[in-house]
Design a protein around this ligand. Structure first.
Ligand code: MN
Ligand code: MN
Length: 323
């Protein structure tokens, strides 16, 4: 097996043929020996409106066959320096959200016991909580770049503490976040109260609402974000509904007047230089994605995430003892 596999070329096998792994990378059974992995979490029983994100990982993989190895905008050549593969999906329990959260947590503990940095294909945003719990055990409290139309800091939904609108409230309560190193970008829409985003600000989060992003480049914002979040591990969580439904209609809780596709790229590319220990792209719901563009955009954003990861782990810390 190649230590640093390249994606299967479109000139070796037609792009519409062969197994649809993420970016046509080799499939592996686990994260051992990898610097980064793509992993799916096909869970949508935490959604509050339209379900369907359980089909997200499969649709993202299917659309990702169009991606090529080199980033023509940034010059990044991730497969030349990192060992990357697709390690498949986490076998969540489709009848039990609480049990699924436990299963995801355990799966990420196993991934993070290696030096591998996971790039996750959701799944609804509930999955950020178990991932952040595992991140906390591995790295301590992490900084967070959170792109979303929604703050996802509700206390409860239908009396439930675990749902796709609550993960970052739980994350604060459980000490998973370095709250002075958290930025939320793209928040908008209608709320339950006029002060919905105030709770976030009270925690020390930087809240950048969507209207503050209209018609401007987000590169200057990301310069500030890099300064604020430098000096510790950072997790990037990207809800596709942070983008406008005109470019990302295939999602469960769409809100209009969101970020453009280019602004989404600017945010991810602006994370280059941070110690990004993992990232996710969540809430792609293929049943509402008639063109496949939402999944294709999600695949591109996941590739951009790969392109901003730090260099490969050194041989000595590639695998933790006992793995
Ligand atoms: Mn969300
Ligand atoms: Mn959202």
């Amino acid at each position: 097996m190649d230590a640093r596999p390249q994606p299967l070329s479109g000139n070796e096998m037609p792009r519409f043929a062969g197994p649809a792994t993420m970016m046509r990378l080799p499939a592996r059974g686990d994260a051992r020996g990898l610097d980064a992995c793509f992993v799916g979490v096909p869970l949508d029983i935490g959604t509050s409106n339209r379900p369907g994100a359980r089909f997200g990982p499969r649709a993202i993989r299917a659309e990702s066959v169009l991606l090529r190895p080199y980033n023509m905008a940034t010059g990044a050549a991730p497969f030349d320096s990192l060992a990357v593969a697709d390690i498949g999906d986490v076998a969540i329990n489709p009848y039990d959200l609480g049990d699924s959260v436990r299963i995801v947590e355990e799966a990420y503990d196993r991934i993070l016991a290696t030096a591998c940095r996971p790039l996750t294909m959701g799944g609804d945003h509930t999955i950020a909580l178990p991932i952040l719990r595992a991140m906390r055990r591995r790295y301590g409290p992490v900084g967070l770049v959170h792109v979303d139309a929604h703050a996802d800091t509700n206390d409860e939904m239908f009396g439930e503490k675990i749902a796709h609108g609550t993960p970052f409230r739980r994350a604060v309560e459980e000490g998973l976040l370095d709250t002075g190193r958290v930025v939320q970008i793209g928040l908008r829409g209608t709320g339950y109260s006029a002060g919905d985003f105030d709770w976030c600000r009270k925690q020390g989060f930087r809240v950048v609402t969507a209207d503050a992003c209209w018609n401007v480049s987000l590169s200057p914002l990301m310069d500030e974000v890099r300064r604020q979040l430098a000096g510790g591990p950072v997790y990037l969580t990207f809800d596709i509904d942070g983008l406008d439904p005109s470019v990302a209609p295939g999602t469960g809780t769409p809100e209009f007047a969101g970020l453009t596709a280019a602004q989404g790229f600017e945010v991810v590319r602006g994370c280059r230089g941070l110690d990004v220990v993992g990232a996710d792209l969540v809430e792609v719901a293929p049943p509402y994605d008639t063109s496949g563009n939402t999944a294709l955009l999600g695949a591109n954003l996941l590739y951009e995430m790969l392109c901003v990861l730090p260099g490969p782990a050194t041989v000595g810390d590639r695998e933790a003892p006992g793995i």
